[in-house]
Design a protein around this ligand. Structure first.
Ligand SMILES: CC(C)(COP(=O)(O)OP(=O)(O)OC[C@H]1O[C@@H](n2cnc3c(N)ncnc32)[C@H](O)[C@@H]1OP(=O)(O)O)[C@@H](O)C(=O)NCCC(=O)NCCS
Length: 127
């Protein structure tokens, strides 16, 4: 667990965070993340869960930041945390073709588009 700024911290996600992770989504019935697999991280601000990310076998399966907290580098910190704690040298993300915000986000971190998988574009970062 480490602090970012004065009142934000990142730590491993636990089952107790599940409800708060689900409430980050705009979807009516968001898919429950399986916290028993991979590396799972939450960002907390003032004790509130404001972001979540999951990395499993080198692939980012989930990344979400509370709508009112976006563009404050929270997702950037979540991805850095995953890189640091996983020790992975290569990370992939699959982004839907119409999700331009997320594509811009991964590009901002230096991820490169390497191909397509179904309806998603594959982005890769090689360290
Ligand atoms: C994509 C998402 C996780 C980004 O989270 P965030 O905390 O706002 O991202 P950051 O603040 O770390 O963004 C870093 C950089 O990425 C780029 N970026 C992020 N969101 C962007 C947007 N909506 N439009 C354009 N560029 C964007 C910018 O370059 C930004 O830097 P800047 O704000 O200094 O210009 C967030 O928009 C989100 O939760 N979206 C809904 C869920 C989702 O689509 N997840 C990804 C599934 S693959």
């Amino acid at each position: 667990m480490f602090a970012v700024g004065s009142e934000m911290l990142l730590r491993k996600a636990t089952k107790k965070d599940l409800q708060r992770i689900l409430s980050l989504s705009d979807l009516q019935s968001p898919k429950k993340p399986d916290l028993s697999t991979g590396l799972n991280v939450v960002a907390l601000a003032d004790g509130e869960v404001v972001g979540f990310a999951q990395l499993d076998k080198g692939v980012i399966y989930s990344l979400i930041v509370s709508k009112k907290r976006r563009r404050k580098k929270i997702a950037t910190k979540l991805v850095f945390w995953l890189l640091l704690h996983s020790g992975e040298r290569e990370i992939e993300a699959h982004v839907l073709e119409d999700n331009t915000a997320s594509q811009k986000f991964f590009e901002s971190l230096g991820f490169k588009k390497t191909g397509k998988k179904g309806k998603s574009l594959v982005y890769k970062l090689v360290l």
